[in-house]
Design a protein around this ligand. Sequence first.
Ligand SMILES: C[S@@+](CC[C@H](N)C(=O)[O-])C[C@H]1O[C@@H](n2cnc3c(N)ncnc32)[C@H](O)[C@@H]1O
Length: 275
Amino acid sequence: MQATETNPNKALWEKGDFTRLAATMRGSGNDLVDGFRIRAGMQVLELGCGDGTTAIPAAQRGAVVRGIDIARNLVAAGNRRAAEFGLANCSFEEGDASDLIGVQDDSFDLVVSIFGAMFAPRPFDVAREMVRVARPGGRVIMGNWIPNDPTLVAQILRIASAHTPPPPEGFVSPMLWGLEEHVLDRFGAAGIPAERVSFSRETFTFVADSSPAEYLQLFEHYYGPTMNAFEAARKNGTEDALRTELTALFEHENTSGQSDRTVIPATMLLVRVDV
Ligand SMILES: C[S@@+](CC[C@H](N)C(=O)[O-])C[C@H]1O[C@@H](n2cnc3c(N)ncnc32)[C@H](O)[C@@H]1O
């Protein structure tokens, strides 16, 4: 594992405190796991698991869950949460989804990644690693945000990108994982024919007991990608404009009907692979 100072992918996610956002994602994380067909004793690997929004509900349904995440602080938070829930069948460790050092071939019934592995560099390596560690007859499930989608996450990215310098040469957008043709290419290169990959669009809902403007503050102060956008905007002198545009987005997307509560549904691409 590269040290934080030499690995921008790790530095991005150790920045701030993603657990503050994850706390607003628990309901949908739990509902999503209902569709995973978990059986007691099933061996589950979750990549980019954060502090366990889906790993913990999977363990609560009886799976033996190993969570791997690049961010040291989120791994520690996940292990704390597993202990608080009394889950001896759920553990979290540091690692990189594009290079699963120490994870054996063919060892998991289910490999999951919900908005996690999509952020790892080298997407073809990610697909290859997911397929390598799933057992033949096992499954891979990925939840990926969709580029140019009209809902929250793609729109945050669109607005933020107008305030940030262009990415370095050769940068592959994580959002390409939200396009079927790229997913098929990547799993195809890992030896999975297209007929073993299926897709659906699902709704994932962010819920906070605060106004949309207060909820946005969590993104501004604790979520690495938006923290970076605000830092860049501060340098450009466009910080207020960025905040105004994002506030308008959060208010527009809020379906709660209340000014002091935020409920924002966002559309994701759910990918299911039969290995
Ligand atoms: C948007 S968060 C989602 C976390 C969690 N899956 C959830 O739904 O709450 C993205 C997660 O991916 C992790 N991540 C990013 N790049 C990674 C990589 N190369 N390998 C493993 N995890 C990575 C981050 O540390 C972070 O926890």
